[in-house]
Design a protein around this ligand. Structure first.
Ligand code: UT7
Length: 325
């Protein structure tokens, strides 16, 4: 039996030039490098320049992804961009990327699922390809969370950073088994009852301001490992694959303790866990593609590798994808 598959052809990353260390933050808020490293694993984060917007980060990551895939932007027929920090309330930041890349056909739109955004965007792209509505799709996760942080709130401002990552998915054909290259399965969830644990206290319709990120960190942490483990098992159950089949676990990078806790709970050896939270901090929707590109840039990613992506974020939202590279 033949099956349509969304095959990854390449990826690209972009991080703003400016690096802010924990020590630098400790001069501004009541915190220490020791506390941040011990509680989160974060050592530094990249922060966008004043004139650098989410679209700028996304455009650079997209150019690199297209380059890596050997694809001309004019061959794209869809851009799905995950961001919770758009340039403007509207139009979608994806349309700015579309214009900058010189793509004049097809469609471009944003997906809003906060830190789970990239996994949601992969799922949307995969469905467009499977429904024969697109053949070449650029999936982007790009954020400037530095713009929505309360820089006086030490419980949140030390945790996040800016960045962008992108991946090209293209229509391919497989035989319908898990040996196929491409996206094998996606599983998405949200539970709006838990909104108050992680939200932004502003918006165009409510306050007419962008607002600041507010989080009950301990509560989010409590839900994270359980939700993530469950959605990973959903992906495995749907495909009949085992943890031992996973070559690389590429989780959303929020906290090293969550990554280690999840890996332990699902029984995944530490050497198959991709960790970038130490260098990038939590870049929300950008964290999964940034971690994917980090793996590729370190020459560890091989064609045929089985990748397990997962993320959890505000909403709550959470999800997983299994992709054979
Ligand atoms: O990407 C979306 C998903 N987000 C997440 O997954 C984040 C999940 N949550 C977390 O990663 C962790 O809960 C945090 C890193 C946010 C916090 O770690 P924690 O071990 O849960 O610490 P806590 O919130 O229980 O705070 C412990 C103490 C508190 O002091 P008291 O009340 O014990 O005196 C905090 O006030 O640490 C204090 N604290 C800090 N101390 C130094 C909080 N932030 C800081 C700080 N520096 N930056």
């Amino acid at each position: 039996m033949t099956a349509v598959r969304s095959v990854p052809l390449g990826c690209g990353a972009y991080l703003p030039e400016r690096i802010v260390t924990n020590e630098e933050l400790a001069k501004k808020v009541d915190t220490t490098d020791e506390w941040i490293v011990a509680r989160t694993g974060i050592k530094q984060r990249h922060i966008a320049a004043d004139d650098e917007l989410t679209s700028d980060l996304g455009i650079e990551a997209s150019r690199r992804a297209l380059d890596d895939a050997g694809m001309d932007p004019r061959d794209l027929d869809l851009i799905v961009m995950a961001t919770a920090t758009p340039d403007d309330t509207f139009p979608a930041t994806a349309t700015k990327v579309q214009a900058a890349l010189g793509m004049t056909r097809g469609a471009a739109f944003d997906v809003q699922a906060v830190c789970s955004g990239f996994v949601f965007a992969v799922s949307v792209a995969d469905n467009f390809i499977k429904a024969a509505q697109a053949e070449n799709v650029l999936v982007i996760g790009a954020e400037t969370f530095s713009r929505i942080l309360d820089w006086e709130d030490r419980t949140t401002c030390v945790l996040f950073g800016d960045g962008a990552g992108a991946m090209v998915l293209s229509k391919g054909e497989g035989d319908g088994t898990t040996a196929d290259r491409g996206v094998l399965t996606n599983h998405l969830h949200s539970d709006g009852r838990l909104r108050d644990m992680l939200y932004v206290d502003g918006g165009p319709s409510s306050t007419q301001t962008a607002g600041f990120l507010r989080m009950q960190g301990r509560e989010v942490f409590r839900h994270a490992v359980d939700n993530i483990s469950e959605v990973i098992h959903e992906a495995l159950d749907a495909t009949g694959l085992q943890i031992s089949d996973i070559d690389w676990f590429i989780p959303h990078q929020a906290n090293k303790r969550i990554l280690d806790g999840t890996a332990k709970k699902i029984g995944l050896p530490a050497d198959r866990l991709v960790v970038t939270v130490d260098k990038h901090a939590n870049t929300s929707a950008a964290s999964v593609p940034l971690a994917l590109c980090d793996l590729k840039e370190n020459n560890k990613l091989k064609q045929g590798d089985l990748l397990l992506l997962e993320a959890m974020g505000g909403g709550f939202t959470w999800g997983s994808s299994l992709i054979r590279w």
